[in-house]
Design a binder for this molecule. Sequence first.
Ligand SMILES: C[S@@+](CC[C@H](N)C(=O)[O-])C[C@H]1O[C@@H](n2cnc3c(N)ncnc32)[C@H](O)[C@@H]1O
Length: 298
Amino acid sequence: MEKMKNKLKLSSKYSPDNIATLATRDCIKFLRTIPEKEAQLIVSSPPYNVGKKYEKKMSLDEYTKLQTQVIAESYRILKTSGSICWIVGNYIPGECEILPLDIHLHDKFHSIGLKLRNRIVWHFEHGLHCQQRFSGRYETILWYTKSDQYTFNLDPVRIPQKYPGKKHYKGPNKGKYSGNPRGKNPGDVWSIPNVKANHIEKTIHPCQFPIALIETLILALSNKNDLVVDPFMGVGSTAVAAILNNRRVSGCDLISEYVRISRNRVKEALTGKIKFRSRDKHIYVPNSNSKLLKRDDL
Ligand SMILES: C[S@@+](CC[C@H](N)C(=O)[O-])C[C@H]1O[C@@H](n2cnc3c(N)ncnc32)[C@H](O)[C@@H]1O
C-alpha cells in the first residue's frame, strides 16, 4: 500500500494524480505528454548557451529556434489564469560582449500573446570576477501571463515594512497605519544569495537556483494543488519549492544524474528532511570596519 502511494506520488510519466512527475527527457518531448491548459505556473531557467558542462553550444539562431519551440509548448499547457517565469542571464556572443537573453527572447513570448507583468531583477553577490567589465551580479525573471485574469497572491509574499507599525500622526488618517500592517509588496528587485560554495542547498549542479527564489514565484502565482512545471529542472529546485508549498510538480532534464538528485530532494521535501535557506533569513552584510587594502599595501 505504502509502495503504491509512493508510486502515485513520484512518477516519470505525467498524470494529474502524481504529486511529482520527474523525467529524464528532452523538454519538448516531455511537455508534449502534458495535456492542454493543465499548468498554473511554468517556471524555468533554460541553458544560456554559454558552454556550461550540461549544454551543447549552438548558434544563436539554433538556440532561439529551440527556445521558441519550448515557449510554444509551454503556452499550450498553460491555464488561462496561468503564468510563465523565465529566468535568464547573458549570452556571450563574442569576446566580452554580452547579449541579455531577456531582451533577445521577449519578442518570442510577446508574439504568441503572453503579457509581460514584471521584469524582476534577481540580485546576488557571488560569481565570476571580470577583468574587462563589471562583474555580473544579477539575472532577470521575465514574468508573463496568458490573460488579464491571472492569479496574483500578494499577501503570502509581503515583506516587513521599513518601520513596522508606523501610523499617521496627523491629518484625516491620524492614528491609522501608514502602510499595510501585513507587510509591503516585495518590489521587483530581489536580493537572494545564489547557490555557491557552502550554501546549504548546494549539490553538483553548477547553476542551481535557491529554493527561496522559486518559492516567492510559486506562492504569488499559484494556489495549493496547482500544477507547477519546470522543463529545464536541473536538480529540481522548482520541484522542491512546489512540494514544500503543497503544489503538484512536473519537470524534466536531459541528464539522468540531475533527475536522480531531484527525486531524492523531492523525497526529502515530502518527508520534511530537506535543508534549505528560508526566504526570510537575513543576508550577511560585511562589517563596516573591514577595510579595503590601500594602494600602498598592494
Ligand atoms: C540553468 S540549468 C537549470 C538549473 C535548475 N534551475 C536548478 O535549480 O537546478 C538548465 C538545465 O537544463 C538542462 N537541459 C538542457 N537542455 C535540455 C533539454 N533539451 N531538455 C531538458 N533539459 C535540458 C540542463 O541539463 C540543465 O540542468
